[in-house]
Design a protein around this ligand. Sequence first.
Ligand code: PMV
Length: 348
Amino acid sequence: NDVDSGKTSWKSPSNIALVKYWGKREHQIPANPSISFTLDVCATTTSVSYTKLGEGASDFSFDFRFGGRPKDEFKPKIRTFFARVEKYLPFLRQYHLLIESSNSFPHSSGIASSASSMSALALCLMDLEKQLDPSIDDGFFIKKASFLARLGSGSACRSVQGPIVEWGDHDEMAHSSNLYGVPFSGEVHSVFKNYQDTVLLVDKGEKQVSSTVGHGLMKDHPFALRRFEQAHHNLGRLKSIFAEGDLDGFMAVVESEALTLHAMMMTSMPYFILMRPNTLEIVNRIWDFRRATGLNVCFTLDAGANVHVLYPEHEKAQIERFIKDELAVFCQNGQYIQDSVGLGAQRL
Ligand code: PMV
């Protein structure tokens, strides 16, 4: 098939890990399996306009615009991504690509956008591949999009689908793969349906340590092997927790995973701390509130200072009021984002 030009657009959500991916091997292969909730509101919309070049170019030919403006600072990251995926998308140098992206969440809010943006871009590139080879079926399309997204940013492979996605080889989950994310296939109790995630924006500053560096520090980490075993164990526990609707078990695994992620950062060499004083204020207030009310609210953390507050939909009213009245003061400019578990990326 010959395709001269066209345009494709995808909206891809972010995701929040429940069992964390921290540490990787060559080619973006995770050192341990992970599982996440796909989000709904926090998302990146990307469109790719492609035009066939006269001859294959010697370098990748593309422009990048973010929020309507050229954003050349992002181009090296995209070029690195193209270099990694070219083997799997051999037509890449034959097209000029105009990539236009925007995020639903405030710019530089400290919300990692690499998962949603790499997932959206990978899906757009798969659309171009499908134009060239219409025999590609939907199952292959989605798997390969996740495979490509992983090469952009590991956790991005969990953003293509929803609502719960696992990634990484694991004994109890035979279909799970190191190469791409797959929807969790186990039973999920109704209490976990439409789970809520309020993202508290504690610190909007640039991260002092990138996740690439953080993953790298797991290589010689004194606790790495025990940590990787623990992730396997926690994934196994979550499987029965989801089936049984065990909220206490869920909160224990999820909070322990968040604190372990940060404990790995604090015990690597060099060591670093991404939590801020307000992160700990919020954690303590969540614990006090949970003890006082018996409501099922817990937290998790990404590689940053922001706090994700997780709770079941049926407790939404009381917990939203608590967040507004007691936690918002610890956020930068009182900002937080009301999100919930979503179904994955959508073609626009
Ligand atoms: O996808 P990366 O390389 O930015 O790594 C992200 C790692 C964490 O967000 C900290 C955990 C996870 O599993 O998403």
